[in-house]
Design a protein around this ligand. Structure first.
Ligand code: FAD
Length: 337
């Protein structure tokens, strides 16, 4: 074991771990980012061509975080000199009289999020290639769009390294020993850090076992659509064909997402309420957990990185994290401590 002690060790070089590590390094924290696979890899949740970015949310706390996340994505673009976001608009369709769709509309209105409500008769004119099912309403989040996922991930990792951050890939963490200084063992080394951030995506519970905690995360298959072009060239980001969300579809339990690209990882881990976990470990205050991104976490990457880094530095987070606390799972979360 080396005598070196990092200010923070981050496990998992997906978008959340990479953004957290970058924020820490920017704050002069000596940071090690550990990744089990050789980078870049396509076995987590963050790889692929595109992810939707939007402010259209039913919850106040997500909208507030997204206001800042848009700014932080723009800052990243500027720092790295690369384009990460492309505005396409997002079409949201949902049962007109449902609680969810009405709440979304009300939230967008109260936060003055630029939007266009599309009445049935004008819908075809604006979006000729999509059918609005009877009983559904439609609106556009006009500043929504796509993030270039692979490029974003590479960019954040590059910025982290140029801020003196250290990435060790191909190093799977196999043990964690909590303490005032946390010891992290991988297949090829032993590292020590004053704080530890676990952002291990679908592997979160495997790592948390070493800390005596299990979160109620469930694997689900996400509904992502790729539209087939009836008229070649019309369904593309460059033609401003919007991404879309069908809320509360008749066909299933989960919303359907559509966006332009050709890839996809298919699995994600969801929490019972589909809200994230952003919290300190209930027993070990210097172990920070970012998990359960429930199929909608990519767009929040930079702001999640910021709040997780604040927790790791012992600071008060700049957003209210009470909706994301572990306590809310009291009846589900298993702690052997
Ligand atoms: C199909 C699909 C579509 C999606 N669409 C959208 C969208 O349109 N918009 C949006 O905002 N979000 C979307 N999401 C969600 C978003 O992609 C995820 O919330 C986000 O990528 C999660 O990032 P992460 O860093 O938590 O996890 P991951 O990307 O999975 O990263 C976790 C990392 O931890 C590493 N790791 C795990 N265990 C260990 C270990 N023992 N040792 C070392 N390293 C370890 C893994 O190898 C992995 O690299 C989608 C997700 C899916 C699956």
């Amino acid at each position: 074991m080396s005598s070196e002690v990092y200010d923070c060790i981050v496990i998992g070089a997906g978008i959340q771990g990479s953004c957290t590590a970058y924020q820490l390094a920017k704050n002069q924290q000596k940071t090690l980012l550990l990744e089990q696979f050789v980078l870049p890899h396509s076995r987590g949740s963050s790889h692929g061509q595109t992810r939707i970015i939007r402010k259209a949310y039913e919850e106040n706390f997500y909208i507030q975080m997204m206001q800042e996340s848009y700014e932080l994505w723009a800052q990243l673009e500027e720092e790295a000199g690369v384009e990460l976001y492309r505005r396409t608009g997002l079409l949201v369709m949902g049962p007109e009289n449902s609680e969810g769709f009405s709440r979304l509309q009300a939230m967008m209105q109260s936060h003055k999020i630029p939007r266009v409500v599309l009445e049935k008769q004008e819908f075809r004119q604006h979006i000729p290639n999509v059918n609005l099912t009877d009983g559904n309403g439609a609106l556009m989040d006009t500043n929504a769009g796509v993030l270039y996922a692979d490029r974003a991930l590479r960019t954040v990792q590059r910025l982290f390294q140029s801020s003196e951050g250290v990435i060790k890939d191909g190093e799977k963490v196999i043990d964690i020993t909590p303490g005032a200084v946390v010891t992290v063992t991988t297949g090829s080394g032993v590292y020590r850090g004053r704080s530890l951030v676990i952002t291990a995506g679908p592997w979160a519970n495997r790592l948390l076992t070493h800390t005596g905690l299990q979160l109620p995360l469930k694997v689900v298959k996400i509904n992502v659509c790729y539209w087939k072009e009836k008229i070649p060239g019309t369904y593309s980001v460059s033609q401003r064909f919007p991404c879309f969300i069908q809320m509360e579809p008749k066909e299933g339990e989960y919303d359907i997402y559509g966006l332009p690209s050709n890839e996809y990882p298919g699995l994600m881990k969801v929490t019972p309420d589909h809200h994230f976990v952003l919290d300190s470990h209930p027993t070990y205050g210097n172990i920070i957990i970012g998990a359960g991104f429930s199929g909608h976490g990519f767009k929040f990457g930079p702001i999640i990185g910021k709040v997780l880094s604040q927790l790791a530095m012992g600071q008060v987070p700049s957003h209210d994290l009470s909706p994301f606390g572990i306590k809310r799972f009291q009846s589900h979360a298993r702690s052997s401590l």
